[in-house]
Design a protein around this ligand. Structure first.
Ligand SMILES: [Zn+2]
Length: 200
């Protein structure tokens, strides 16, 4: 860190640099912009950042983001509770909601299998999915994972674990570029992959 700035400014730049796509120059630009904000605006900004840790929590049922208690997806009787879309990050839920191709419920598994990075099958908590299959009498499961080796491995594993239940298991595939992360796929490609999902 450059010694020429006041220490607090250095710290601010260091935090901003942690954001994806933000290098040192951009972090400095943001920091100098923030210096020009009114004290009350900075205070409000700081308060919101602090609140993220306490106010934004996970739904006890599906792990989607929620402000308190059950999430708006689980707490909506108009959604089709017999259809479950499994994703690996909360952000993907919003991407799928945006294309309006799905009206069922979600389940977030937190990560894809990657034994080399220490992310093994035991951390997927398959029993939580099984409980939902039984309780909600789920008939359809859609695996919405990245089109990567990790996504393939996770889909294969879940298919093996869940095939003992009378559910149809499909995976987004058609139209998704190989090696692509769902997070960065545009809406029309995602919509195509959703409508072209295939039995796994
Ligand atoms: Zn939920």
């Amino acid at each position: 860190m450059s010694p020429k700035y006041p220490e607090t400014l250095n710290q601010l730049i260091a935090h901003l640099k942690k954001l994806p796509g933000v290098g040192r120059r951009t972090a400095e630009r943001f920091a100098f912009e923030l210096i020009n904000w009114k004290p009350e605006e900075l205070q409000e900004f700081g308060q919101v950042v602090t609140s993220v840790a306490t106010d934004v929590t996970r739904c006890p049922c599906c792990s989607c983001l929620t402000q308190e208690g059950i999430c708006p997806f689980c707490d909506n009787t108009e959604r089709n509770a017999s259809s479950l879309c499994i994703v690996s990050s909360p952000r993907e839920v919003y991407a799928i909601e945006e294309i309006r191709a799905f009206r069922g419920l979600y389940h977030i598994i937190e990560h894809l299998l990657s034994p080399l990075d220490g992310r093994h099958t035991s951390t997927l908590q398959v029993s939580r999915i099984e409980k939902r299959i039984i309780e909600n009498q789920i008939k359809e499961i859609i695996l919405a994972f990245d089109s990567t080796l990790e996504g393939d491995a996770t889909a294969l594993y879940l298919k093996q674990e869940l095939s003992k239940y009378p559910v149809s298991i499909t995976r987004l595939g058609f139209g998704l570029p190989v090696g692509s992360s769902l997070e960065f796929v545009d809406g029309s490609t995602l919509a195509k992959a959703f409508s072209g999902r295939q039995i796994v």
